[in-house]
Structure formats: C-alpha cells, structure tokens
Design a protein around this ligand. Structure first.
Ligand code: P1T
Length: 377
C-alpha cells in the first residue's frame, strides 16, 4: 500500500460492535474477566489498550517496522531505550541532540552508571574511533535539533552490525514520510509524537519502532513495568493526525524551502541551515537518505540583538518551545530547548545565541515571510 493509504487505514478496522469508522477511545482502566484466569486478552489499562494498539500498529506500518511501542512522551520513549543498558555500559551519541535528550543521558542516567561519548556523528569514523569494549549502543539524531546536521544512517548501521551494537535513530524531524531509519538498517526508530506525527500542538507523546523481536519484548516489558503510557485520548488524537501526515509534510516542506530561500538572501542573516538548500554541507546525503527535507529551518542572524528582534516581534509565528505543528513556531534554542547543554558544549557545534529555529507551519507562506520581514524592521 502507499504511504497515505497506510496512514489512513493501518491498525484501524471498523468497530466490531457498531461499525464505527473512527477507532473508539477505550477509556477504561480495567477489563471484566469471564472467569478466574479467562479473559479476552485485556487485563489492565497500563498493559493493554486497543486505541493505543491501533496507534502502535499504525505508526509501525508507516516506519516499515513490525512493532510500535507507544509512550507518554518522547523522553519516556528514550528512557525505555536506555533500559536496554546496564550500569557500566557505554553509548556513543550525536553531540548535537535535543537538549532534553542531553539532560536525560548526561545529567540523570550517568548517575546510574551509564557512560556516554558525545561525538560528531556526521563524520562516521568518529563513531568507530569511540567504540570500546563496553559500548552497547549508537544513538543518533538525523537531522539534529537544531543544527540540522545529518548522519549517514546506512553507514552507521553497518558499523553497528559489525560491532554488535544497537543502532537507534531519532527520526522526529523527518517523520516516516521523509525518512525510514529501519529500512536504512537501524534497529530502532524513535519519535517524539508530540511533533509532526500528532502535528497540532495538543498532545505530548513518544513511540519506538523496531523489527527486532528481542528488542520489542524488552520495550514492551518496560512500557508496562515502568508505566509511562500515553492516555487513550492522546493515542486517538495522534491516530487521527497521522491520516494527514503526508499532506501536512508536503506543505511544511514547500513553505520551509521558500522561507529558507528568502532568508538566504537577507542582509541581516549570516547563515541559513536547511537540508534542502544546496548550500547545506550535506545536501547530497540528504538527497540519498531522505525523500524530502522537512519543515525545520535554523538561521544564524548577524548578531543576538537581531535574533531577539525576530523572536520578540513575530506575530503569525508564535514564540514557543516544540515544533512540528500546523501552526508556525519560533524558538531560541540556546536559552530554551538547549538550555540544559553547557554553553561551551553547544558552541562546539555552532549553537550560538544568534541562532533562531523556525518550525515552519502550513499557513500561507506569503504571510509567514511578511511576518519575518516586518519583525526584522
Ligand atoms: O518533548 P518530548 O515529547 O518528550 O520529546 C523529546 C524530544 C525527542 N527528540 C527530539 C528530536 C525532540 O525535538 C524532542 C523534543 N523537542 C522539543 C520540545 C523542542 O522544542 O525541540
């Protein structure tokens, strides 16, 4: 089936009892059992919920995976990934990742005996050089938040296979519409469903997708045992949203490219970062491993005061954390999404105070460009 056919139908069949076309929201914490030890496969809401199962099947299908395991947030999905490791284990991680990912790994899990090497994974040999006897996992974000650096997923997957490491890719920025890490050889794709998959800035959620039976078994165990599950209503909202993922992503991309091209010529701009621009240092890799370039544009303005002017004066864009909604958002990564990352660490990969991140929505692009233009003067 094509992407949109799967997006609209996978994991969903009309309700057995009423024929309801929209998957019901099973708002229940528990299930009646027929007799002691005999039930319909549903025992307790944390363990089983049909709305959640529909969402998991839906997104797994879009990600070309066998299993989806949904969580209450992107970070709780990441926490389940770290549940594959034990004290003393080591992971190699992209040096630029979402600030909350850095915080979870470096400021929380390190205290439980896990160790991390933060390397520039855009250069694949850096990963090989960082492997040691206790390395268990390579965790990459591609494109990264907010520098939009790419890592060659196929090349990294091969290194992981050769060295018996788990390869995890955060695919939040691209979504399965533009990139399929599992098809490129990764073991696990992770998403903050808060972003494009849900797409309307009205829920927080996360999901893991894998083809590996053993990884699935462990993730399913952690989902139930730790208990960071999404509510049935949030699952339903996300399931409703994936139906329009293809049309939304096409529009996000069309608008983002126009905004990137407009800003690239702007005298107040030092640098525009967008994987769909030929000026992006990894444009060729973007064309190879992605089928599109997404809706995120990062811009280095000529100085912090210009960046601040844009952030404070936009009217159609909203100054806010998060991304991937139909509504355009703008944010200052250094003081907002990446505030947990020490200044010297983030400046190593170019995240200065002059960088503004645009999550380009699907409004009329002329209005978005006019909004940035008026904010700059
Ligand atoms: O916010 P949450 O659903 O827990 O997802 C965390 C997360 C994971 N991975 C990536 C690439 C992300 O961008 C995020 C969350 N990011 C933001 C809130 C943000 O504004 O960048």
């Amino acid at each position: 089936m094509g992407f949109s056919t799967d997006a609209i139908h996978a994991g969903q069949t009309p309700d057995q009892v009423t024929g309801a076309v929209s998957t019901p929201i099973y708002m229940t914490s528990t299930y009646a059992q027929d007799e002691l030890g005999v039930h319909k496969g549903y025992e307790y809401g944390r363990t089983h919920n049909l709305t959640r199962q529909s969402l998991e099947k839906n997104i797994a299908t879009l990600e070309k995976g066998k299993y989806g395991i949904a969580f209450a947030s992107g970070l709780s999905a990441e926490n389940a990934i770290l549940g594959l490791m034990r004290a003393g284990d080591h992971a190699i991680v992209s040096n630029n990742v979402y600030g909350g990912t850095y915080r979870l790994f470096e400021l929380i899990m390190k205290d439980y005996g896990l160790t991390f090497s933060w390397v520039d994974t855009t250069i694949v040999s850096n990963i090989e050089n960082a492997i040691s006897s206790n390395t268990k996992m390579v965790y990459i974000e591609s494109p990264t938040n907010p520098m939009l650096n790419l890592t060659d997923i196929e090349a990294v997957s091969k290194i992981c296979r050769k060295n018996n490491l788990i390869c995890v890719v955060d695919n939040t920025f691209m979504t399965p519409f533009f990139q399929n890490p599992l098809a490129l050889g990764a073991d696990v794709a992770i998403h903050s469903t808060t972003k494009y998959l849900n797409g309307h800035c009205d829920i927080v959620g996360g999901i893991l997708v894998t083809n590996d039976d053993k990884l699935h078994e462990r993730f399913r165990y952690l989902q139930n045992a730790v208990g960071a599950i999404p509510s049935p209503f949030d699952c339903w909202l996300t399931l409703r949203s994936t139906k329009t993922l293809a049309v939304r992503m096409k529009q996000h991309q069309e608008n983002a490219l126009k905004i990137a091209q407009y800003l690239e010529k702007h005298p107040h701009v030092k640098k525009v970062i967008y994987p769909g621009l030929r000026s992006h240092p990894q444009y060729e890799l973007a064309e190879k491993q992605m089928s599109g370039f997404g809706g995120m544009v990062s811009v280095e303005f000529k100085d912090f005061s210009t960046a601040k002017k844009v952030l404070n004066n936009v009217k159609v864009f909203t100054l806010a954390e998060s991304l991937g909604g139909v509504e355009s958002l703008v944010c200052h990564p250094a003081s907002m999404t990446h505030a947990s990352v020490p200044k010297e660490e983030r400046e190593k990969y170019g995240l200065t105070d002059s960088i503004v991140r645009f999550s380009v929505g699907i409004e009329d692009v002329e209005d978005l460009i006019a909004d940035i233009e008026q904010a700059l003067y």
